[in-house]
Design a protein around this ligand. Structure first.
Ligand SMILES: [Zn+2]
Ligand SMILES: [Zn+2]
Length: 364
């Protein structure tokens, strides 16, 4: 059985490199694109200006652009490597949309000072929250397990000093809980580190992350225990700012229509190049916002069921979870303690690691 086990580990280790060597042409192409794509971002304003020339050109470019980015996303995702391209694209788009808002929409005089202030603060808040998210996802360190064992030994000592029959009963109880906790802590075959339950190894970052949710290619970082809440906040603030910005733009270039109607039917919008550019950018922002809104819905549902994206993927592969709400969420039922308690757990989870860290400093 040991032989088959080592075989399995060998297979696990070899799979990613095999996947990479399967198509060296594609790999080289991606490597080349990796370097050349970032300066190519200068093309984005140009593409948007071309898309603003005619509504047919707009449809072609606005469907081709997201498809190209999605193709590039899956290609890099398969190779499991870090890339700055998506973060650069996101920040560049954000800056360019804001620049157009200031230079094209503001001079039209439909936007009040307060509305401009709201959009600007939303932008600043999004950037601050993004920087906060990028700080650290909460990597697993060897001191984490040391702190965990020290804490348990401390627990054991206190139960021993209690004396009498009660202590015997409680110490046997703690030893069983210790065994069950020990079983949940697992060893990563790549990092050679003992990690807490729900931690996962990210092949892109090359290390284990506490309560790993997923590796987000858009921020070029993992989303884990330490930054999951600020990741959600960034997403939420960005979506509010973006939806508000789009509504201001459409209200300015298409004042006679309802907001949602204006996006699909806005007569005479292509008669003026400035209005056409703003309309195209409103569409570009709407596509991005739509994609991120879907991500936010999935995230909110995952938290409500206390499932991480990694656990959902594993449950789908091993067929251990139950698909709920038209497949938007996979309920594993492993950690779920009811809707309210799940949110309390999520909002207070960083405190758990903080207390374990402080207990370590107390002990050492
Ligand atoms: Zn690992
Ligand atoms: Zn990662």
């Amino acid at each position: 059985q040991g032989k088959s086990n080592s075989h399995f580990v060998h297979w696990l280790k070899n799979t990613p490199s095999k996947g990479g060597s399967q198509s060296p042409v594609l790999g080289a192409l991606i490597d080349h694109l990796q370097i050349s794509m970032i300066p190519a971002l200068v093309l984005l304003p140009l593409l948007l200006r071309v898309a603003a020339l005619h509504c047919l050109l707009g449809i072609i470019i606005l469907t081709a652009l997201p498809s190209l980015v999605l193709w590039y996303y899956y290609a890099t995702h398969k190779k499991k490597r870090r890339t700055l391209f998506f973060l650069t694209l996101a920040l560049y788009s954000l800056a360019y949309m804001y620049y157009l808002f200031i230079t094209e929409i503001l001079p039209r005089g439909d936007v009040s000072q307060l509305q401009l202030c709201t959009v600007t603060s939303g932008m600043i808040f999004t950037i601050i929250s993004l920087i906060n998210t990028k700080r650290s996802p909460g990597f697993v360190t060897s001191s984490l397990y040391e702190a965990h064992t020290l804490k348990q030994e401390a627990n054991k000592d206190t139960t021993h000093t209690n004396g009498s029959v009660q202590s015997a009963a409680s110490s046997s109880a703690t030893s069983t809980t210790k065994d069950s906790l020990k079983a949940k802590w697992s060893r990563c075959s790549v990092c050679k580190i003992i990690r807490p339950p729900r931690a996962g190894h990210c092949r892109t970052c090359g290390s284990c992350v506490q309560r790993l949710d997923h590796h987000c290619i858009w921020i070029n970082s993992c989303v884990g225990q330490a930054n999951h809440r600020s990741f959600l906040l960034t997403l939420f603030v960005f979506l509010l700012t973006s939806l508000y910005g789009i509504s201001l733009v459409l209200g300015s270039i298409c004042p006679r229509q309802y907001l949602v109607t204006a996006l699909f039917y806005c007569p005479g919008v292509y008669s003026q190049s400035s209005t056409a550019l703003c309309f195209t950018c409103a569409w570009y922002s709407s596509i991005v916002t739509g994609g991120l809104l879907y991500l936010l819905v999935v995230q909110v549902l995952n938290i409500s069921f206390n499932v991480t994206e990694r656990e959902a993927q594993l449950a789908l592969r091993n067929k251990t979870g139950q698909s709920r709400l038209w497949g938007l969420v996979v309920d594993t039922g492993e950690y779920s303690r009811g809707f309210c308690q799940n949110w309390v757990d999520f909002l207070t989870m960083a405190d758990v690691s903080a207390s374990s860290r402080s207990s370590l400093t107390d002990l050492v």
